[in-house]
Design a protein around this ligand. Sequence first.
Ligand code: NDP
Ligand code: 8X3
Length: 252
Amino acid sequence: MTTNRIALITGATSGIGEATARLLATNNFNLILCGRRKDRLQKLATELKTHTEVTTLSFEVRNQKEVASSIESLATEWKDIDVLINNAGNAHGLDPIQTGSVEDWDSMMDINVKGLLYVTKAVLPVMTKRNNGHIINIGSIAGKEVYANGNVYCASKFAVDAVTKGMRIDLNAHGIKVTAIHPGLVETEFSLVRFKGDEERSKNVYKGFDPLVGNDIADLILFTLTRPQHVVIADLVVLPTAQASATVVKKT
Ligand code: NDP
Ligand code: 8X3
């Protein structure tokens, strides 16, 4: 193994996670790519192996045992994780609270909040033992402002915001950096998942303005990871220029 830092990225099979994997691969990181879609993981790993060392883990973040055993199964040279990027997550549905589906609510709380906690729990022992590491949680503008029909997705991202602050306090004694990055509208597979495969509805979300793209967030992640040891970017909100708040977007 090279002396590169080891970064574990959840949700590396698409969108922000995939863009981050591509950027870190050419910036002195060895990568542990995670996601459920094994075919995509393998394809990306093969491509990025031309730049750096890469391994993959396929697990469902909702399943605590699976998360723990997958991370435990890493070969010795991969165990000493320096950077954890908690990115896996999605919105499921955009319905008023009175008609929202319990299945969607469970998915969002289980993936966005509990999944992030499960992965963090599995990775923290190496960081606390070493008294060093960096955790980046991907929150959202939806974790800063509530919008109509965002109810449970917003709650899940408000929870990510709170958990991030709690982590920073509790891990302070261990010298572990904790960052939250809260993007506004980023064109990824996010809306396709939120609208359950409805491509037309999904495309409409990003029509009439220039949304952020995965690489814009990857850029900030790399910036955050390359600050001097005495500097931590604690909390960062990033929006497309056309977006002023969760609901105010200037469209043509
Ligand atoms: P994508 O849908 O493109 O990517 C989501 C990623 O999460 C995929 O790689 C997916 O992998 C993984 N994932 C989803 N569910 C699970 C699960 N149950 N177990 C394991 N992995 C899972 O969306 P984005 O890239 O946009 O989203 C990434 C993060 O950014 C999310 O936390 C999202 O909430 C946040 N965000 C997105 C914004 C946007 O506008 N796009 C704005 C603000 C925040 P696989 O399906 O292979 O498991
Ligand atoms: C994703 C951005 O505005 O759709 O977190 O909630 S938004």
